[in-house]
Design a protein around this ligand. Sequence first.
Ligand SMILES: *Cc1c(COP(=O)(O)O)cnc(C)c1O
Length: 361
Amino acid sequence: MKERAYNFNAGPAVLPEEVLREAQENLYSYPGAGMSVMEMSHRSKEYNDIFVGAQNDLRKLLNIGDNYSVLFLQGGATLQFSMIPLNLMPPNNKADYINTGAWSKKAIKEAKRVGIVNVVASSEDTNFNRIPKQNELKLTPDASYVHFTSNNTIMGTEFKTEPEVGNVPLVCDTSSDMLHKKIDVNKYALIYAGAQKNMGPAGATLVIIRNDMLERSSDDLHTYLNYKVHQSKNSLYNTPPAFTVYVIGLVYKWLLNMGGLDVMYKRNLEKADILYSFIDESDGYYKGHAAKEDRSLMNVTFRMPNEDLEKKFVAEALEKGFVGLKGHRSVGGLRASIYNAFPKAGVEALVEFMKDFKAKN
Ligand SMILES: *Cc1c(COP(=O)(O)O)cnc(C)c1O
């Protein structure tokens, strides 16, 4: 295998090479600090600069206004499945959820512990191969919020635009497509994302919360689970995952250097098109799982004529340096995750391999 494989893993996932090299360069001694970021006090000036720098670069990338707070928490996107209902569901204690896959279901499961959950639309009857249309949503006018999963990592579907929910606060799990294109943050009350798919290493969860939402957080909540506490302490209530936040900050700088999110989006469209076009033109040998209009730009899911061929495909791909192509067990088949940092050359190389495999099998 080459020194670096083509890494199609869904998460943790590929990082930009420039970011890895810079982290490597500074690993032993961060400039001016005389120690690694891993060894620093989270109360030091150096860490503060790293942390505030990351926050500000994210604000630049997404045009985030002063009426929003940017938090870096722990517990993964998974802890947000609980924190969101605990903080935002009261006092009405009812919320709307759109069920588009395994991660939505997990979010729904935790929300049900807190209050009434209305599943306002679901695509479970077709194994989540599509995104429900706007006219399918049976929204509750006085819901505390509406929750949706913008990109379904396992199924390979994505919302092309936000659902329209009127004045009800919109909450979104963007774990696997955060920063793959520009979004209008002003449409949201809360956006969250585990870092390890499209933003950095595992260990930190980004939460962007509109400040008026903080008034809902009750003082009765356990301290760590309270957004108001994290916001008032600027994500330093307890020891933060400093090294992860540092690398996330390097990824934000990389995105800015690349020209920002519009440039990234164009690249992502191009990469996905190379792969989907080939799949569509393979006479049914490769078959996409997701409905065409709902296909994810980040996670390309597809099947082959039978499971034996799929196994053989994964094994031979691995020998060629294509890692992480096995699909999630709930969908089966193959999945190629092609996040921001995944190079176009890797997508082209995969298509060549797929052509060759088809000819031989
Ligand atoms: C991976 C993933 C999660 C879970 O993230 P953790 O950080 O492991 O808790 C949640 N939602 C989506 C959409 C994901 O892809």
